[in-house]
Ligand binder design. Structure first.
Ligand code: UD1
Length: 340
C-alpha cells in the first residue's frame, strides 16, 4: 500500500476532501498547490477535519519543474494524485492558451519530475466532459469521446499523453478517473466548495441562493429532451469522489499501464429535482426562473458506474439528499466560504 501520497491541487474542492480521506486512512499526505483558485485556509481545515496534520504543504505551481523536483527530493513519494488544473468550461473558451498551459503543461511537468524521481503511480483527475454531447446514456468508458470545449479537450489531451507515456515507460501505473458532477461537502461543516465570484456550477449557486447571497437561480433551459425539460446530470457526493481516490490507490498496482474509469453514481438528476431536494434539505424553498439554454450545455450526462464496481468491488453510497444536506451545512456555517 502506498504510504506517502503527493496531492497536487490539494487545497481545492475535490483535492481537500481527498486529503481528509487519505489522512483518515493513515496515509502521509504532501500537498502542492499554487492557490490560483483555492484558499490556504483549506489546509488548516483539512487537518482539523481529519484530526491529523498534513506531512507538508507547498505553495508551488506544478509547471515550476525545479520547485516541484525539490518537493520530490524532500519526500519519499509513493504515489501522486494530480488534481491541479483550471476547470471552468466558459472561461476555457476565453482563455484557451492558459487552459492548455496549466492543464496539459502542468501534467507534462509532473510526469517528467515523477520520472526523474522514479515515482511510478499516478491517479489523474479527468472529466466526463470528454464524452461531449452524448447521444446515448449511460456512458461507459468505451463510449465515444467528443469534447465540445477547450477545458474538456485539455483533459482528453492529458489522457492521450498518459497513454503514450505508459506505452513507453512500461512500469508506470496510471488511473484516469472521469468524474461526473462532484457536489456536496464533508459532513463536518469545515470543508466545502468555495468558488471565487459568481458560481458557474449549479450546486454552489443554489446554496448561495438558500443562504441569501443571491436572489434566485437561473435555470438554463427547460426544453431539453429530458423528463422535465431541464438538464440531467450524474451528481456525485465529493466524499464518494474522495473515497474513490483512496480505493483507486489500493488498486493502482493491479496492472501496469493506463486505465480509465468513470466516477459517477449511475443516477441522473434534473436541475428542477436538484432545486427541490436542496429546498427540502435546507428548509428554504429555492426561487428560480427559467432562462435560455447556456451555450455548450448538453441535455444529459449519466455514468455507467459498473466498471469500478467490478474492478474494485466499490460503489458510491451517498444520495442526493446527503449531497444537499452537506452542501447546505457548509454554506450555512460558512456563508462567505473560507473567508467567513
Ligand atoms: C461542467 C463540465 C464538467 C466540469 C464541471 C465543473 C461539461 C459538459 N461539464 O459540468 O466537466 O467538471 O462543469 O466545472 O462541460 N445550471 C443551471 N443554472 C446554473 C448553473 C447550471 O440551470 O446557474 C444547469 C446546467 O445547465 C446543467 C446543470 O445545471 O444542466 C449542471 O451544470 P453545472 O453545475 O455547471 O455542471 P456541468 O455543466 O454539467
Amino acid at each position: 500500500m502506498p504510504e506517502t501520497v503527493l496531492v497536487t491541487g490539494g487545497a481545492g474542492f475535490i483535492g481537500s476532501h481527498t486529503c481528509v480521506e487519505l489522512l483518515a486512512h493513515g496515509y502521509e499526505v504532501v500537498v502542492v498547490d499554487n492557490h490560483a483558485n483555492s484558499s490556504p485556509h483549506a489546509l488548516e481545515r483539512i487537518a482539523k477535519t481529519a484530526g491529523r496534520p498534513l506531512a507538508a504543504a507547498y505553495q508551488v505551481d506544478v509547471r515550476d519543474r525545479p520547485a516541484l523536483s525539490r518537493v520530490f527530493a524532500t519526500h519519499q513519494v509513493d504515489a501522486v494524485i494530480h488534481f491541479a488544473a483550471h476547470k471552468a468550461v466558459g472561461e476555457s473558451v476565453a482563455l484557451p492558451v492558459e487552459y492548455y498551459d496549466t492543464n496539459v503543461g502542468g501534467t507534462c511537468a509532473l510526469l517528467s519530475v515523477m520520472h526523474e524521481h522514479a515515482v511510478r503511480r499516478l491517479v489523474f483527475s479527468s472529466s466526463c466532459s470528454v464524452y461531449g454531447d452524448a447521444r446515448t446514456v449511460p456512458l461507459t468508458e468505451q463510449s465515444p469521446v467528443a469534447p465540445t470545449n477547450p477545458y474538456a479537450r485539455t483533459k482528453l489531451t492529458c489522457e492521450r499523453i498518459l497513454e503514450d507515456v505508459c506505452a513507453h515507460l512500461t512500469d508506470l501505473k496510471v488511473l484516469a478517473l472521469r468524474y461526473f458532477n462532484p457536489v456536496g461537502a464533508h459532513p463536518g461543516g469545515l470543508l466545502g466548495e468555495d468558488p471565487q465570484g459568481v458560481p458557474n456550477n449549479v450546486m454552489p449557486y443554489v446554496a448561495q441562493v438558500a443562504v441569501g447571497r443571491r436572489e434566485r437561480l437561473s435555470v438554463f433551459g427547460d426544453d431539453y429532451p429530458t423528463p422535465d425539460g431541464t438538464g440531467v446530470r450524474d451528481y456525485i457526493h465529493v466524499m464518494d469522489v474522495a473515497e474513490g481516490h483512496r480505493v483507486a490507490l489500493q488498486h493502482v498496482d493491479d496492472r501496469t499501464g493506463m486505465r480509465v474509469f468513470n466516477l459517477g453514481t449511475g443516477t441522473g438528476t434534473s436541475v428542477l429535482q436538484l432545486v427541490a431536494a436542496f429546498g427540502e434539505a435546507s428548509g428554504r424553498p429555492i426561487p428560480y426562473q427559467v432562462v435560455d439554454r447556456r451555450p455548450g450545455d448538453v441535455a444529459e450526462l449519466v455514468a455507467d458506474a459498473s466498471a469500478v464496481a467490478e474492478a474494485w468491488n466499490w460503489t458510491t453510497t451517498r444520495d442526493l439528499a446527503a449531497m444537499c444536506r452537506d452542501a447546505w451545512r457548509f454554506q450555512e456555517l460558512n456563508p462567505h466560504g473560507y473567508a467567513s
